[in-house]
Structures are given as C-alpha cells and as structure tokens.
Design a protein around this ligand. Sequence first.
Ligand code: ADP
Length: 613
Amino acid sequence: MTKKREVTQLDRLESVREALKIVNAQPLAEEARAALAKAMQTTEDMIDQLFATRPGGRLEALYRVSQVLGTSLDLDEVLNQVMDAVIGLTGAERGFLMLLNPDTGELDLRAARNYEQETLTPKEVEFSRTVIQTVVKNGEGVVSTDAQKDPRFAGQDSIVFFSLRSILCAPLRARGEVIGVIYVDNRAQSGIFTPADLNLLNAFATQSAIAIENARLYTRTDKALAERVAELETLSKVDHELSSHLDMDAVTALTEKWALAETGASRCLLIHQQEDGSLALMNKPSQPADGGLDDALSRAVRQALTAGSAVGLDPTDGIPARLVVPVQCAGQPACALVVERHEPFGDAARQFLPRLSSRAAAAMENARLYEAVQEANKAKSKFVSVVTHELRIPMTSIKGYTDLLRQGAVGPINDMQKNFLGVIRNNVERMSALVSDLSDISHLETGRLKLNSTFLNLADQIQEIAATLTPRFQDKQQTLDIEAAGDLPKVFADPNRLAQVLTNLISNANKYTPNAGKVWVGARTEGDMVRVEVKDTGIGISEEDQAGLFGQFFRSESPEVREQQGWGLGLNVAKRLVALMGGEIGAISAVGQGSTFWFTLPTYALAVDEEQS
Ligand code: ADP
C-alpha cells in the first residue's frame, strides 16, 4: 500500500518538476521568476525526501552513508555519523547510540542526536531502557509501530512516561558479540517504522559496528602508542641522567627519584644482601624505613633476588602494596628495587619498574667499576709515592759519593775511572728526573700537590730559565732568542712550577732540534691571560703523535726522539701543572717543520690558590 502511494506521489511531483522547467524556459517578470525558483526548489526537496524514504532509495542512501562511515577514525565523530545516518534513513525524530563498557559491563550513552543533526541535551535523553535491554539480551532488533499499544512493552513506565510511540532498535555486533545498540524513536507518530526498516537498520548496524570497532581500536592503539612514546621519552631522560653519574650514591638517589615519580609510590627502597646474608638499605630513602624491614618485605626481597623476577605484594593490615624488582648486574642480583604505596600498583608501574631496574643496573655497574678504578688508581699513586720517596735517599747518597770520588776527595782517580763515574752520575741524574716526575704525578693525582702561587714577572722567569739552559744550546750550536716585553702584566703562578714547565718546553726544543737550529721563546698578553710560546726549527711531530702528546710515558717512535734521553713524563706533568695554575697548554707542529708549544697563565689571582695557600 505505502509503496504504491509513494510512487504515485513521486510521479506527480516529477511531472510538476517537468512543467515548472517548461515555464522556467519562458520569459518571465522578475517577481514571477523568483516565485518560480522557490517552487522548483520545494519540488526538488519533496522529490529528495520521497526518494530517500522509498525502499530502493533507502538502499541507495544506506550505501551512500556506509561509504561515509569509515572515513573517520575518531570514535565520537563515527558515532555521530552513524546516528545522523540512521535518523536520515528511517525518518526518526531522534536517536541514541549506546556502547557496552568493557570495564563495567554497563551500557554507556555515546551519541544522542535529533533529526536536525544536533546533539541532544541530557534533559532530552529519554528512551525506553526496556526495549534496549531486550535487544542486548536477545541480540535481536525490535520494531514497534505503537509502543503504547504494544503488548511487549505496554505499561512500561518509560514508554508511558515519555509517551513513546514508534520505536526501532537494533544491536551493534562485532566479532559475534553485542557491543551496543542503536535506538531511534518518534514520540508523536505511530506507524513510522516497518519491519523493513528494522532489516535496513540491522544491515546498517553491522557496518556501523565495524566502523566503531575500527575507531575504538585506533583510539586504543593511538593511546597505547602515545603512552609508549611518553615512556620512551621518560626512559631516555632516565638513561641520560643515570649515565652522567659515576657515583653510587648519586645513582641510587636518581633511581629512587624516577621510581617514585613514575610509579606513584610513596616510598622507594634499594635493598642489597650483605656478605653475611643480612639485608641492608643502599639508599637513604626520603621516608626512612622505620623499624627496619618487616618480614613480608624481607621475604619478598629474598624471593626476588633468588628467582631473578619481580614480586608483587597486595596491601594487607596496614602494610602497603609493594613491588619488588631485582636489579641484575652482569647476570647477578645486585640489589632489589622496592616501591610501596597504599593502593595496589597498576600495570604501568609493573612495566616501568623492570625497565628502570635494568638501567639502574647498568649505571650501578659503571659506578662500581669506576670505584674500582679509583681504588686501583689510589693504590698505584700510593705505591709510586712510597717508591719515589724510598728511592730519593739512596740516589742522593749515590750522587754525593760519586761526586766525592770524581773530585778525588778520597784519593786520586785516573781518566777512565773519572769517565765511568761521569756515566754513573749521568744515569743517577736520569733516575732522579724520573723519580721527581713520578712523585709529581702521584702528588697531582691525589691532590696533594699544593701550589705556592704569587704574582710574577714572566719575562724575568723566562730569562732565568734560558740562562740555566744556555750551555745545552751552545753544545748544539743553536740560537735561543727571547722576546718577552718587560711591561707584560704579572702572571699569577707558582715560581718553581712555572720554572718546571718552562724548563721542560725549552729543553725539549733543544733536544728535538738538530744542531745549529733555532729556538725562540715569546710571551704576549691575551685578554686577562698571558700566552707563552716556545718555537723551534726541529724535527716536528706527526699528526698521529700529536694525538698522544701530553699523555703519560708518551714518546715518539722516531729515531731522532729515541736517541735523546727522556721518559715521556715531562709534558704530562707540565699539562697538569698549567691546568692547576689556571691555564691551558697545547702544541702546533708538522713533521720536519718545527714545533710551537704554548701555554697560558692567568694575570689574576685564582680563588682555588688562595684556599690552598
Ligand atoms: P721526553 O722529552 O722526556 O720524552 P716529554 O713528555 O717532555 O718527554 O715529551 C714527550 C714526547 O713529545 C717526546 O718524547 C717527543 O716525542 C715529543 N716532543 C716534545 N717536545 C718536542 C719538540 N719540541 N719537538 C718534537 N717533538 C717533541
């Protein structure tokens, strides 16, 4: 019946449209044309409306909206699209879309729209819960042409109260499960929906459910991704902070800080097992472990350390919830990372803590190795300091007796004996230089070398050192030129240590420059520093060797260097001394082109020196 009436109306309207088109082609007065345009538009609207409500038209419309669905992955947008399409398709007054909340099992209202595609206010949300519950329970759609008279719902409060008449409700199914419902109704008119409408809605609901599931999945994936990115950012900050510390206390404090911040714990403990098997705290928690560690915690820590896996304890009788994660260094449990709080820990904390633990383990291992290296260094410095001290005394006596013998103080000696004594004297000198450098290095490394800095006239210092070294330059027929203006500002330095640096650089220039070469020493102001340069026309230094310069025991492999006496310690000591006096040192050189060694010294007093003196 309905079908026939609609088609006839459509036919009539289409003939009106044709007639209007003919009139439109005629010359018309302006007013008449405006009225005609309006009439044509109204006809078009009516045709569209009829077309949409025609069974074939609905299918077409269903196809059209199905295509629009799925173009968005925003869940709310998809839900509104679904509702608007359903209302448009069925000619309902308004519609609601409810989704089952997987956490609570309740139906949550997710979209409420009217035929004008407006979102309904909470006051306008009036629907029959009975109908919806029936649909969810049976998994089948419901159509009621007049709910007031429908024996299935007659007398239901909501139906009477909201004066509901035409109701159409279909389940939303995804993967065989009902995930929600689509509900549309019309309060004023009965007979709006037919069983064919329910079929249509069912077909549409299937498509909508897929779009909804996709949007949900996307939202979930998107959220999970955002959480993972946030966690990676946090972990990169943790890595950065942990790796910039080599001190065990700093590492435990940082581990505690991150554990508290990221798990929402009220307290964090780092507990390790001592050699006697007892448990002890490694960190100084912001909230102290009152009365030591309780039995439950001790048991959990031992279990985590033995099994090498995390242990979680639920809160009981005033004891907080706890998460205990082992910190494994080189496969061995180093300690346990414990977090506590009143509420149980969630998945995020459970996942974060082992990640923090592995990072803390690496940092602790580094701190432990660094401590071991420091210990070894200290032991070495101690050894060197004892040995150098013990060697000085016999060397002084060897030197003294050799001199006495050479001078003939204990009887006449022949030339050969004098020569031999000279060799002994030379070698003792070499040993003495080595012992002196080693002693300096050990003092510098242990911070026991104290400076006696004062304001000095650098030009005088240079002249003095040059004078003591002049015989060596004469031996090799080398020239030694000095260019240091007398009006240079005074430098703040220890005179003996400055002399040591200057002697090393100038004697190196003499040693590593062939006979008849030239050496030039200059000094000039550079800001609030004075720069000293020692330049020679010597053998020069290869790029590869320059990388090793200033290192301990560094000597070039070249034969010109090896034929000179030396231990490769002078530049290392010089570098440390210059740094201690507040300056810098460096070299510019190329093989066969000579070398320029330079260093700077401050012209102002250093606070650190004042403390030392
Ligand atoms: P030593 O002179 O006792 O070997 P140094 O620490 O003073 O120890 O110098 C280290 C090395 O640097 C030298 O063995 C040499 O290879 C290189 N070197 C230092 N000064 C010069 C220079 N003026 N010209 C070329 N090479 C130099």
